[in-house]
Write a protein that binds this ligand. Structure first.
Ligand code: NAD
Length: 494
């Protein structure tokens, strides 16, 4: 991908965005709109529909009707597969357009967005398209005079609520398996990253997905997201976002129809460096990218660096040197290593965490401040704080920004104790040449994903999900399909 094609797209005016209901772009029922600000320069990029409760109800009604008349669920698996494969192809064909639009909206550095957004979304949709005609029911080992069949049925209407950091990738994690299993879906994109995802949905219609099977309502979580959560007609709610919102969704479910709720939440993932790591400089490089890519706005970010005391000072100095060499700035430049913070509110929150860390005894090694303010955009220097006590705010609370807290440890037992001392359990890593130690750490650190001598790699074939307050259920892999099916037993007397 060359810079000139990116620059060609960056100045394009962005059309206003409306909801997608019953295959049509429709404005909010009260005509309401909201400004979409670009984090690159703080300017208005376009406007989009500010959804109402009625809009969400209309989208859910459309999805319900589509499910009941089986216009999608009733198609032969091979036909559904064909549509989803075509959708994946269209996403790839529009990859640059989608990535640039997304970056203008959410600020992720373009090199990463190109890889992690349309590329990964197309791969995910294709993975589930290819899986859908390989999912069978079961015959249970019942006594001989009965036949026990276990059918796998779609659940009905799936409500999906997604965050702003990787809208296409995370959107596809929900849409791929939900649609593959024959469900209808209503999507609620994040306020500050709706544009590329809404555009990706247009491509689903172009691929032949029947109208009404996939609807989307833009606007405020507290209005349209709440209406989805409280709906009596949504069967399953799948969510990626913050713990505070996840908690609300469980309440909404309890107050309405007790819909199933699957949550992918935040993390405070430990990246554990032992002195016997195979290559300490490589570990330092990956520690820096493991927290600072997408300006730390990554759920699995290695935001706690646990370093064996004997190598602490040298290792931290190396990570600091590498971080200072990472270019922060224009997210649409292929040279940029760290893009923008998604919103001004998020930037202020990040800086507040730095203040608190200092007040609680931490020391800044590098960064700590807003930069490039003259651009009007929201940028922050990659920040490293040492001397972070395991119970300090910076060690306990998710920042979701470019702030790395460093804590020294002595020996395996202390590393595990500190690693497990938060309410989260999403990701983590251990760096060591000792095979037994690596396996012990994988077993003992309470988390959904544990990396060994690397950080952050993944693909569609392995599940992603947390333990503790990082959530429940899994995205990705065949395991994700479980969220989108009901098991039905047929007990047949022979
Ligand atoms: P958020 O919870 O503020 O928003 C997520 C979504 O929820 C948005 O679409 C928002 O509009 C909606 N929402 C907000 N209030 C709502 C309400 N009352 N009812 C229903 N919906 C509501 O989270 P965010 O700030 O967009 O995303 C950052 C969080 O997401 C971080 O905690 C991050 O770790 C987490 N995350 C987790 C994963 C994962 O796979 N575990 C991946 C990416 C991000």
């Amino acid at each position: 991908m060359d810079q000139s094609s990116i620059d060609g797209l960056r100045a394009h005016p962005v059309a206003e965005r409306f909801h997608l209901i019953e295959g049509k772009h429709v404005p909010a029922s009260d005509g309401g709109q909201m400004d979409v600000l670009s984090p690159i320069d703080g300017q208005v990029l376009t406007r989009m529909a500010r959804g109402t409760v009625q809009d969400m109800q209309a989208a859910i009604a459309s999805a319900r009707a589509a499910f009941e008349d089986r216009r999608w669920a009733g198609q032969p698996p091979a036909a559904r597969k064909k549509v989803l494969l075509k959708w994946a192809d269209l996403i790839e064909a529009h990859a640059l357009e989608l990535a640039v639009l997304g970056v203008r909206d959410n600020g992720t550095e373009i090199a990463m967005a190109l890889k992690a957004e349309p590329g990964s979304a197309a791969g995910t949709i294709r993975y589930y398209a290819e899986a859908l005609d390989k999912i069978y029911g079961e015959i249970a080992p019942t006594p001989g005079d009965v036949l026990g069949l276990i059918h796998k049925e779609p659940v009905g209407v799936v409500g999906a609520i997604v965050p702003w950091n990787f809208p296409l990738m995370i959107g596809a994690w929900k849409l791929g398996p939900a649609l593959a299993m024959g469900n209808s879906v209503v999507l609620k994109p994040a306020e500050t990253a709706s544009l590329s995802l809404m555009r990706m949905l247009d491509l689903a219609l172009e691929a032949g997905l029947p109208p009404g099977v996939l609807n989307a309502v833009t606007g405020e979580g507290a209005v349209v997201g709440e209406a989805m959560g409280l709906s009596m007609d949504v069967d399953v709610l799948v969510f990626t976002g913050s713990g505070a919102t996840g908690r609300r969704l469980m309440e909404y479910a309890a107050r309405s129809n007790m819909k199933r709720v699957y949550l992918e939440l935040g993390g405070k993932s430990p990246n554990i460096i032992f002195a016997d790591a195979p290559d300490l400089h490589e570990a330092a490089k990956v520690a820096a990218t493991g927290i600072f890519r997408n300006a730390g706005q990554v759920c699995v970010a290695g935001s706690r660096l646990l370093v064996e005391a004997s190598i602490h000072d040298d290792f931290v100095a190396d990570v600091a040197r590498i971080s200072e060499g990472m270019r922060v700035g224009d997210p649409l430049s292929l040279e940029t290593a760290i893009g923008a913070i998604n919103s001004e509110a998020q930037l202020k929150q990040n800086l507040g965490f730095v203040d608190t860390a200092l007040a609680e005894g931490g020391e800044i090694v590098t960064g700590g401040q807003r930069i490039l303010e003259e651009t009007g955009g929201y940028f922050m220097a990659p920040t490293i704080v040492t001397g972070v006590r395991p119970d300090a705010t910076l060690a306990q609370k998710e920042v979701f920004g470019p702030v790395l807290g460093v804590t020294a440890f002595d020996g395996d037992a202390e590393a595990v104790r500190i690693a497990n001392s938060t309410v989260y359990g999403l990701a983590g890593a251990v760096w060591t040449s000792n095979l037994s130690r690596a396996h012990r750490m994988v077993r003992n650190v309470r988390t959904g994903v544990m990396h060994v001598n690397t950080y952050g790699g993944s693909d569609a074939t392995v599940p992603l999900g947390g333990v503790g307050q990082s959530g429940n259920g899994h995205d990705k892999s065949l395991h994700a399909l479980e969220k989108y099916i009901n098991l039905k037993t047929a007990w047949i007397k022979l």
